[in-house]
Design a protein. Structure first.
Length: 103
């Protein structure tokens, strides 16, 4: 049984098993007749957009800045003790996040 552990033998066995699985999968898949439905894009039942869509990066940067401020602020507040300075910092953090949300 140690012969199964040699790389060339193991590779050959895996290659044969993969070929058998590939043949079985092709048998289960059926015929591959081309039609318009197969070549169209899947849009979950909605009509595909007809024009070009270019959303830009403005929304991405707002969301990225929101999460950066939120996560770094939580790290700063969590690493400090309970005192009034952390309360002021937390209030400023809430104001910044509100400004980002309201735009």
């Amino acid at each position: 049984m140690d012969i199964l552990l040699y790389p060339p033998v193991a590779f050959t066995i895996n290659l044969l098993l993969a070929g058998i699985l590939l043949a079985f999968g092709r048998f289960l898949a059926g015929s591959s007749k081309s039609n318009e439905l197969k070549s169209s894009s899947y849009t979950s039942g909605e009509a595909a957009p007809s024009g070009q869509v270019a959303p830009g990066y403005k929304q991405f940067f707002v969301v990225a800045l929101f999460f950066a401020v939120l996560h770094l602020g939580v790290l700063m507040v969590g690493s400090g003790g309970v005192n009034w300075l952390n309360g002021v910092y937390l209030a400023g953090l809430v104001l910044i996040l509100l400004a980002l949300i309201l735009g």
